[in-house]
Design a protein around this ligand. Structure first.
Ligand SMILES: [Zn+2]
Length: 409
């Protein structure tokens, strides 16, 4: 029988910290809409032990991930650093914590404290393991998200749920998986918030009296809808309605036949498209209407032109936690929804959960079609949310997809 443990910690930053997700913000945070949480789930079969950490944050960069893993593993006997998956919901209402973000004021004192809190949450979950049985279910729900690039293109409507009950039959942990940018609250919002994803997890925790983590699927081109701007009641309603759909799913739970825990990872090489003509960077660097971080980025590219797309070798880690038919896939950025659809379709025997922004914060992984069409995700976002000089190519995306499928089989 598996042993499972879970824990929740409040990681709400101090008011006055800068929020991340919208470069248009001109002031630091002014208050709190809802608290932010880190949750941890530990699964062990007595031999192999693994942890999944879910966080109400925009995304954590690799150096912080490695620190957290190291600190957590040091506190947890039998848990290897490399068997810890750390994922973020990608809320755009939380603090600036990715150290890759250009032009963004960061509170390094908070980031350091945060790493400790996330590691401690994993440790608490590890201490709480008890014999438990997992159950899962999945459905599709309408009216919660849309394809933000083109409403006629694919949108992932899947809502999936994984829970664990102890031998007394009490629920001890839940993981909800839905696909949509937590960007109902926009750049005009100056209150710390987990957006709809935060409300969803908190509402489920309130109703089920157990830690519940939210993992966000392949949401590179998917937004929650409608936009709420600063209508907090609308965000709360959205999260609660999605929680109600999740609770309905519990009528269709299937027992997960699993007595072993497996963890597999693959380091995927990131490759880049060609640099753009030098004149473009010169023009951007000189354009006073561009934000400072774009001009700095353009200057950096120009100075080294054509040079390399990034300093050092750039890699991404794809990780899969498997328990019988359940596969929890971690991807180090956000991927277009079509890729998530194809991963799930390639694994018909599995109940698949996908966590984007897991173990790194590498930006967007677009489909081939998305790269051909261009747009914000594939042409612009990396200029401020990564250390890349050029944009990633589409081949990288399919390397990630192949890894996710191969590691889940
Ligand atoms: Zn995003």
């Amino acid at each position: 029988m598996l042993q499972i443990g879970a824990d929740t910690t409040d990681i709400t930053p101090p008011v006055g910290i800068w929020q991340a997700g919208f470069s248009s913000r001109e002031e630091p945070s002014q208050g709190i809409h809802i608290p932010l949480y880190s949750r941890a789930f530990v699964f062990t079969d007595g031999k192999r032990c693994t942890a999944l950490s879910t966080n109400d944050l925009v995304g954590l960069s690799r150096p912080e991930i490695l620190k957290i893993r190291k600190a957590a593993a040091a506190q947890c006997e039998g848990l290897d650093e490399s068997d810890i998956m750390i994922a973020c919901t990608h809320t755009h209402g939380g603090p600036a914590v990715s150290t890759y973000l250009r032009g963004q004021a960061k509170d390094f004192h908070y980031i350091q404290r945060l790493c400790g809190m996330i590691a401690d949450t994993i440790s608490e979950a590890h201490k709480s393991v008890q014999p438990a049985s997992p159950y899962c279910a999945a459905t599709e729900v309408e009216g919660f998200n849309h394809n933000r690039r083109n409403d006629k293109q694919y949108c992932d409507k899947r809502l999936a749920w994984l829970e664990a009950k102890n031998e007394a039959g009490d629920l001890i942990a839940g993981i909800v998986n839905f696909t949509a940018h937590p960007t109902m609250l926009t750049g005009e919002n100056y209150l710390i918030s987990g957006d709809y994803a935060g409300v969803l997890a908190q509402e489920l925790e309130r109703q089920l009296s157990a830690p519940v983590g939210m993992i966000n699927g392949c949401h590179g081109n998917i937004n929650a809808c409608p936009r709420a701007h600063t209508d907090y009641a609308l965000v709360e309603d959205h999260g609660r309605r999605l929680a109600a759909e999740t609770l309905k799913l519990r009528d269709a739970l299937q027992a997960v036949d699993a007595d072993r825990v497996e963890v597999r990872s693959r380091i995927v090489e990131l490759t880049f498209g060609p640099p753009r003509p030098k004149a473009l960077y010169e023009q951007l660097a000189a354009d006073e209407d561009q934000p400072d971080f774009v001009r700095d980025w353009a200057r950096d590219v120009m100075e080294k032109y054509p040079g390399d797309p990034v300093d050092g070798t750039e890699q991404g880690e794809v990780m899969v936690i498997s328990m019988g038919p359940v596969a929890i896939v971690g991807i180090p950025g956000h991927v277009f929804a079509e890729i998530g659809r194809d991963i799930i379709a390639a694994l018909p025997e599995k109940c698949v959960f996908i966590a984007n922004h897991a173990n790194d914060y590498l930006g967007y992984f677009g489909t081939r079609q998305g790269h051909e069409e261009g747009g914000y995700e594939v042409e612009f976002a990396y200029r401020f949310n990564s250390s890349f000089r050029w944009a990633l190519d589409a081949d990288t995306t399919y390397r990630i997809q192949d890894a996710a499928i191969a590691l889940s089989e």
